[in-house]
Design a binder for this molecule. Structure first.
Ligand SMILES: NC(=O)c1c(N)nc(OC2CCCC2)nc1O[C@@H]1CCC[C@@H]1O
Length: 331
């Protein structure tokens, strides 16, 4: 094949495969068979081997990257990754709402999100290309896990910006998690290989992401939900719900059970409704995150040393797991 045709075919294959990755891993709606997908990938891999000058960083072949690292580099977050204050009952939730309304002195809308039980990450995109991915670490300094994050198909390597919002730099924050089914299968395999088991999906996700060898991360069915904004240049947002809509437009996974409420009683009812419902989810959650929607009101409320005053995590009571062993109830 001549150079010009090869370059055009490589570009066409790259766009087709990135589209099908998004359909399968982000919208959970594949439109071609695995066999057809694999055929496209094999053609792209062989053309890129023959014409390496046409390989680009957002090519799907660049996901399972390099050699194992000797160690993780450290990354300082441009904007610290805060933790969340906890509320364990409706009284503490009402206290939060009272503090917020007293401080802002006007009506407050809340965005309510499931609290995904995985590990937090921060993805930095420059001119739409994924440059750095870092764990939260201590909130200020995290570990560079870029090569590992690239193996997660729901993480876009390049963002499709809408015409009116093209940030030159954007730090997209969210959670990497291991779905319950993936966790079960992984521990089953480890049991067969007489390896120590992971205690829970969060530990399994952390263990899978903080691997020095990207091929091991690539073998784990990790997924993501994005839920917060770090540093951004070139775009202005006024509401948190706009940030989440923007993330969906760019091709990130955003949790489908996020709801905007104007009335705090509805917020509390929604939190309580998930105490039982969470067992039906294909991933673990350890609570519900409630955030003030207006970014201006968030600025007025500010932060404590550890966490924002404009957000709180409602934590579920520890599941009263009762097991019965030989008719003896063990609580
Ligand atoms: N785990 C979550 O689902 C979650 C969420 N839905 N939203 C946020 O918002 C951040 C933004 C400012 C402070 C917390 N954080 C979350 O989890 C983080 C990970 C580390 C500390 C929080 O638990």
């Amino acid at each position: 094949m001549d150079k010009g045709k090869a370059e055009a075919r490589i570009k066409d294959l790259r766009e087709k495969i990135n589209y099908h990755n998004k359909q399968y891993y982000v919208y959970d709606n594949p439109v071609i068979s695995d066999a057809e997908y694999d055929k496209l990938m094999r053609e792209l891999e062989s053309l890129e081997r023959e014409f390496p000058e046409f390989v680009t960083p957002d090519s799907p072949t660049q996901r399972v990257g390099g050699e194992p690292l000797p160690a993780f580099r450290q990354v300082t977050h441009r904007v610290p990754m805060m933790s969340l204050a906890d509320a364990f009952d409706e009284g503490e939730l009402k206290d939060f709402h009272r503090r917020v309304t007293e401080a802002v002195g006007q009506d407050v809308e809340y965005v309510v999100e499931l609290k995904i039980d995985g590990l937090a990450i921060s993805l930095t995109y420059e001119n739409g290309l994924l440059i750095t991915a870092a764990t939260r670490g201590d909130g200020v300094v995290g570990e560079d896990v870029t090569q590992n994050i690239k193996t997660i198909k729901s993480v876009p390597l390049r963002l499709d910006f809408p015409e009116d919002k093209k940030p030159s730099i954007i730090e997209v924050r969210g959670e990497v998690y291991l779905p319950k089914e993936g966790f079960r299968k992984l521990n089953e395999e480890r049991e067969d290989m007489e390896l120590p088991l992971f205690a829970n999906p969060r530990n399994a996700a952390a263990g899978s992401l903080r691997q020095l060898d990207p091929k091991i991360t690539a073998s784990r069915p990790l997924s993501t939900f994005m839920y917060a904004l770090g540093h951004v240049e070139g775009v202005e947002f006024t509401k948190h719900i706009e940030v989440l809509e923007f993330y969906k437009t760019c091709g990130f996974r955003v949790n489908p059970d996020i709801v905007l409420f104007k009335n705090f009683n509805d917020v509390m009812d929604y939190c309580m409704s998930w105490r039982e419902k969470r067992d039906t989810l294909p991933y673990e959650i350890d609570g519900i995150v409630i955030k003030v929607n207006s970014l201006e009101q968030q600025r007025i409320l500010g932060f404590t040393a550890k966490s924002p005053r404009w957000a709180i995590a409602y934590k579920f009571p520890a599941e009263q797991k009762t097991t019965v062993i030989n008719d003896i109830i063990v609580r």
